[in-house]
Write a new protein. Structure first.
Length: 285
């Protein structure tokens, strides 16, 4: 391990199918060197601070455009970081996942430039369109800030989905790979959101945990479930009721994946702790 960079992370970044120029930048301003530091930081949390397991990652195409769409929880975007990292560490062919950073981050000095260097562009429709047209992987949380604002007791629920991601998928003919992230609310158990304080600080809200600060608890088991791509027919200019129908299909699939992921995680945790697992008559946990 060189200074702050894991050797295997650096090797995988080198294998990314991204057209970097001689100076290590791509057309979006993403920096290969910044990525090595960024992924190494995420890898510390992924491997050593938390316990992250993944299933179904083979459902994400090895090349070409696609959208990975999932649930949000946990006060801050911890789930997004772990999803991004899973695509680098867990795949035979690593892929760079681009997220859409909240616009309020632009007001924080240096943050906007740093996020851009690691592929997390400001959440503007034109950025999303450009990324997909360049055959990149785009990560979308249709719940937005409403998702991360969910309290601990609400972590496995889904709130209202925006519809723009489906119109974008249709417009760019991008498959949607649904996923569920389990454990965000356990890692950062939000018990209250201070919106007034958030507005003063220029953010949507400030999550409060039982230990006050919204910092992730160590050794929490997080589980990510990816499912088969969903492909919808259309151009993106359809009537709202058609688009909303597609959105409900994606939302329903993610809800199913949340339940599936919860059972898988609970079974894995029980086995590690040496507990007896109750099974039904067919032997399922």
């Amino acid at each position: 391990m060189s200074f702050l960079i894991y050797d295997d992370v650096a090797e995988r970044v080198e294998r990314l199918d991204i057209p970097f120029n001689l100076y290590g930048y791509d057309s979006f301003g993403v920096s290969k060197q910044y990525l090595k530091y960024f992924y190494s930081m995420l890898t510390f949390f992924y491997r050593h601070y938390l316990t992250v397991t993944v299933e179904g990652i083979e459902n994400v195409p090895d090349q070409g455009r696609c959208m990975v769409v999932g649930n949000h929880s946990g006060g801050i975007a911890l789930d997004g970081g772990m999803v991004v990292n899973s695509m680098l560490l867990e795949r035979e062919q690593p892929r760079l996942v681009h997220g859409m950073a909240d616009k309020f981050l632009n007001s924080i000095p240096f943050t906007s430039v740093w996020l851009n260097r690691v592929g997390q562009l400001t959440g503007l429709p034109e950025h999303a369109l450009q990324l997909l047209e360049a055959d990149r992987v785009l990560m979308v949380f249709p719940e937005g800030a409403r998702g991360t604002a969910k309290l601990y007791k609400e972590q496995f629920s889904l709130v209202r989905f925006g519809t723009g991601f489906v119109r974008l998928a249709l417009q760019t003919r991008s498959p949607i790979v649904p996923f569920a992230f389990i454990g965000g609310g356990d890692a950062i158990p939000t018990i209250r959101n201070f919106k007034a304080l958030g507005h003063l600080l220029g953010v949507p809200y400030v999550p409060i945990t039982p230990y006050i600060l919204p910092l992730p608890r160590p050794a929490v088991h997080c589980h990510i479930v990816y499912d088969k791509p969903m492909i919808f027919e259309g151009t993106g200019s359809e009537e709202d009721d058609i688009i909303e129908g597609y959105v409900e299909q994606v939302k329903s699939k993610i809800a199913d994946l949340i339940e599936r992921g919860r059972k898988t995680r609970d079974t894995t945790v029980a086995i590690r702790m040496g507990r007896k697992i109750e099974t039904d008559e067919e032997g399922r946990a």
